[in-house]
Structures are given as structure tokens and as C-alpha cells.
Design a protein around this ligand. Structure first.
Ligand code: SME
Length: 162
């Protein structure tokens, strides 16, 4: 029996997922694994200009590992605030083509034109999210969203635990 091959995602996504699995397996602890993961994503995808993981801590999101040209002042964001907080509250991926047109947007960097935020789930709850800022308008699409949802599943076991 033969099945048609449907190329749903660029090969780069499959390669990156394999590399992420290997890096996570080799890391000595969850924090190092999460740091390696953000570095792999930033290195492999040039349109991921600034990339960070926020973890849920009570009613807030707290910045974990990140990679990019500058640090953000938004290291703690209440769930419900900003695009990050909206994605954490709804559990829905947010793809924002033009951040200046979104009244929820919390500005971090003057260079940011677009943003994608993908929730990380564990046991049916949002435990964190991947936040990526792009320097071009409309930098992210649903292909990034589907890919990053797979990445999020790899990151869920890395969440900090009390
Ligand atoms: N822009 C985000 C805040 C986080 S910074 O992009 C790193 C927001 O609107 O929630």
C-alpha cells in the first residue's frame, strides 16, 4: 500500500525538532536543556530575532531562558496582560502580523514589528509559552505556529518545579 507524501512543514522544521530532542536529552538539567532549546531555535531560524520562554508562576509569567540582541524589561507579566498574557489566558497561539495595530501589545524592543506566542501545556494547563519577536512585519505564519506547538510539547517537561 502506498500513501502520498504530504510535505506539511519545511524540512528545516523536522531537522530542528530532531536537533532539539538530541540537545534536550544531552543537557545535564532542565534549565540547561531549555537554554539550549532557545539557542537552537534562534540559530536555525533567522526570522526568530528575539526568542524567550516564559514560565507560569502563580498569576504571572516569568521570563526563563532567552536569546536575542537585547534583554527585555518585561521579565514578569501578569497573565491577561499583553499578547503574552493573552495567549497564557486563552491557551491559543497568537500570531500578530503588526504589533503596532494590536492594542494589547506590550512593547519591548523598538525593532519589533511582529510577534508569535505559543502556549506550553502540561496536564491540560498552560505552564509557559514561547514568545518570539520579529523585526519584519508579518514574519510568522501558521507553519511557524504548528512547528512551535511541537516544540512546546518538547519544552513542557522542562518547566521549573517547586
Ligand atoms: N510583547 C510581549 C511582551 C514580551 S516582549 O515581546 C519580550 C507582549 O505583548 O506580551
Amino acid at each position: 500500500m502506498s500513501h502520498p507524501v504530504i510535505e506539511e512543514a519545511p524540512a528545516a522544521h523536522g531537522d530542528a525538532l530532531n536537533l532539539l530532542r538530541a540537545e534536550i536529552a544531552e543537557a545535564s538539567d532542565p534549565a540547561e536543556a531549555a537554554q539550549r532549546a532557545v539557542e537552537v531555535l534562534h540559530d536555525r531560524f533567522p526570522h526568530y530575532d528575539w526568542l524567550g520562554i516564559y514560565w507560569v508562576d502563580g498569576a504571572d509569567l516569568v521570563l526563563g531562558p532567552w536569546v536575542g540582541p537585547e534583554a527585555t524589561e518585561h521579565t514578569r507579566i501578569p497573565i491577561g496582560t499583553g499578547i503574552c498574557g493573552a495567549a497564557a489566558a486563552s491557551g491559543q497561539t497568537e500570531i500578530i502580523a503588526d504589533v503596532d495595530a494590536d492594542p494589547r501589545y506590550l512593547a519591548c524592543f523598538a525593532s519589533t514589528k511582529s510577534e508569535i506566542v505559543v502556549p506550553i501545556f502540561a496536564d491540560g494547563s498552560v505552564v509557559g509559552e514561547i514568545d518570539i519577536d520579529g523585526s519584519d512585519a508579518n514574519a510568522f505564519d501558521e507553519t511557524d505556529g504548528r512547528f512551535l506547538e511541537e516544540v512546546a510539547a518538547l519544552l513542557a517537561p522542562l518547566r521549573p518545579r517547586a
